[in-house]
Design a protein around this ligand. Sequence first.
Ligand code: NAP
Length: 323
Amino acid sequence: MDPKSQKVKLNDGHFIPVLGFGTYAPEEVPKSEALEATKFAIEIGFRHVDSAHLYQNEEQVGQAIRSKIADGTVKREDIFYTSKLWCTYLRPELVRPALEKSLKNLQLDYVDLYIIHSPVSLKPGNEFVPKDESGKLIFDSVDLCHTWEALEKCKDAGLAKSIGVSNFNHKQLEKILNKPGLKYKPVCNQVECHPYLNQSKLLEFCKSHDIVLVAYAALGSQLLSEWVNSNNPVLLEDPVLCAIAKKHKQTPALVALRYQIQRGVVVLAKSFNKKRIKENMQVFDFELTPEDIKAIDGLNHNIRYYDFQQGIGHPEYPFSEEY
Ligand code: NAP
C-alpha cells in the first residue's frame, strides 16, 4: 500500500487517513487561500481535510474538494472530510440544521466526520462568540448527552458517516460512553496535541476505549490567531526537536508530525504555503527511533496554545481536569 494512504480503522468500521490537512486560518487571511491550499493539498496526496463551520471557509474548502473530484484527481469516497458543530448549536434541536448548513456551504451530500467542536455551549444566535456588555462570553446550559443523541441521528440519516468529539476531557468522554441507550461511541476526540502537550494520559484513555485521538496544533499552532496564547514558546524552535530533525536530515515540523503517527495518533497539519504543504507529506519518508520518541516524550510541559481562557467558569470547561 502507498504509505501516503495510511489509514486507521474507526470504531464504527470507517477508516481515517493518519495525516490530515488543517484549514483554519485567522480571520484576516483571505478565504481564497483556503481554496487554493486545499486544492493543492489534494493534488499532492492529502486525502483527509479538516474544517469547521467556525472557520467560515467551508464554501471554499468544499469548492476545492469538488473541483478535484470534477477534474478526476479523486473520487468523493477517496476524501475524508471533517466538519464541526460550533458551540452555539449544542442544543439538540440545532444540531441537524447546523450540519445541513455546513453541507449547503460545502455543496456536499455528507461529511465523513462530524464532531462537537467543544463541550462549552454558548448562547444560540447569529454570533459565533456571543458576549455581554463587559466582554464576557454568554454561556448556554446543555446536556452533552442530548447533543450526542442528535449527532447519532445525523449519522442514521446519512449526513455524517462518523461522529465524534473535540476538546473533551476523559470525564466528558466517560459521560458519553456511559450514557444509557448509547447507540454509537464517539470515533475520535480531536484535541491539541504536540510535544509540549503530548496528552499521554488522554491518549491511553482513548486507546482503551477504541477512540482515535486526532492531534491539532501538532506544529505548535498559529501564534497570531485570536484563539492562541502567544506567550508560549515556539515549538518548532525547540532544541531537542531541531537536533532530532538534523540527525534525520528532516525538519522539526516533520519530526513533530512523525512523532504523532508513530504513537498511534492521527495528525493534522495546517499550511497555506505550497512548499510547506509538500514538505508535510514527507512525514511518511522516515522513521524516528525509540530513543527519539523517548526524548520527545521528555518535552511535555503541559503547554496549551489554545487554552480558551474565556470559557473558564463554564461547567463544561474541559481544561481544568488533568486530562
Ligand atoms: P498547526 O498545524 O500546528 O500549524 C501551525 C503553523 O505551522 C501554520 O500556521 C503553518 O504556517 C506552519 N507550518 C505548517 N507546516 C510547516 C512546516 N513544514 N514548517 C514550518 N511551519 C509550518 O496549527 P493549527 O492550524 O492551529 O492546527 C491544525 C488544524 O487543526 C487547524 O487548521 C484546524 O483544522 C484544526 N484545529 C482544530 C481545533 C479544535 O478546536 N478542534 C483547534 C485548532 C485547530 P503556514 O500556513 O504559513 O505554512
